[in-house]
Write a protein that binds this ligand. Structure first.
Ligand code: AKB
Length: 328
């Protein structure tokens, strides 16, 4: 019998993806049934007032268990993670949060006989030896960042829990995610979000990667769709589990600038690469996601031009209202 998702816990719910994912899950499964959790950052008013919220530390199993028991949690979306740029500044923290957090979630899933857990991976699992164009599903995984190391180890760990203990674990390799609600924190692909904010706020942006840097990206509505579609997919049809490639957009930093200039012709960008260029250079430019398409029907909907129009409309409206960076 296929077990249904009923009571959900989201870790990292105050983060870029977690904050919008929580709201989308509340919409679909009922606000009271989706428990948002974060480590220390104050949640937005919308997150706090629309359903339950707790502060927990995913590296401390006991804090996770309290909420799981209280809310009879059967499904976890484990979004809490230290991303690539912060991970390079503090590799030990990155290992601790990403690995011990994942291990705690997997053990909790086993101990509480959960319906399923969703644990994302990232394009950071790839490295310089991986084919960069249309990176295959099965390929060389030799990342050069601590974040990437934890993502490869996390994928292997999740697949181990599927085959060894029968835990229903699913995950996708997120590309850079672009969104207008919550700023990303500490990733290499953050420039693709910051550029829109600065275009609206100042009319100029200094980009920390070269103009010709091409990386896989995805607009938030597609990211939410991918995450929830995978969560609801028929487990018996999945050949892969924790490491789905998902492609959507691929463009250079220069292409992004040009797409903004179509709406804001006076916008200017300068390119001053920093240490994050070194990370970007080891990641794919585009992704072969045929396994996700075949196994659970993945199909992205947004292209660069539509995303730019939507991002600029949303951010311009908020800027005019004096709340570009949101209200807490
Ligand atoms: C990062 O840049 O670290 C993340 C990612 C691609 O996983 N956005």
């Amino acid at each position: 019998m296929v077990k249904k998702i009923k009571n959900i816990l989201v870790t990292g719910a105050v983060g870029q993806i977690g904050s919008e994912l929580t709201m989308a899950l509340r919409e679909r499964y009922g606000a009271e049934n989706v428990v948002a959790t974060g480590r220390s950052t104050e949640p937005s008013r919308m997150l706090r007032e629309s359903g339950p919220f707790y502060f927990i530390d995913v590296t401390e199993r006991a804090s996770l268990d309290v909420v799981i028991k209280k809310h009879h949690i059967d499904t976890i979306f484990h979004m809490a993670a230290i991303l690539s740029a912060v991970g390079e500044k503090n590799p030990q923290l990155c290992w601790n949060v990403n690995m011990n957090g994942t291990l705690n979630v997997l053990h909790a899933a086993m101990d509480f006989d959960m319906t399923r857990v969703i644990i994302p991976s990232s394009i950071a699992a790839f490295g310089p030896e991986t084919p960069r164009i249309m990176t295959p599903q099965e390929t060389i995984l030799k990342p050069r960042t601590m974040y990437g190391v934890t993502k490869v180890a996390g994928e292997l760990l999740c697949d181990y829990y599927v085959s060894r203990f029968g835990v229903d674990v699913r995950g996708l390799r997120y590309p850079g995610i672009i969104s207008a609600e919550t700023l990303p924190g500490g990733g290499t692909t953050d420039y693709a979000v910051e550029i829109y904010y600065k275009a609206v706020e100042k009319g100029s942006y200094t980009c920390f990667v070269r103009e010709d840097t091409s990386l896989p990206m995805m607009y938030m509505p597609d990211c939410l769709k991918a995450t929830m579609d995978l969560a609801e997919a028929d487990f018996s049809k999945l050949v892969h589990h924790s490491d789905f490639n998902v492609g959507a957009l691929s463009f250079t930093a220069g292409d992004l600038t040009k797409s903004i200039q179509k709406h804001l012709p006076d916008f200017t960008a300068r390119y001053e690469p920093d240490f994050r260029q070194g990370i970007a250079d080891t990641w794919p430019a585009s992704i072969d996601d045929s396994a996700a398409r075949e196994e659970w029907g993945w199909q992205p909907e947004w292209d660069l031009e539509e995303m730019t129009k939507d991002m600029l409309e949303k951010l311009s409206t908020r800027h005019k209202e004096g709340r570009l960076y949101g209200e807490q």
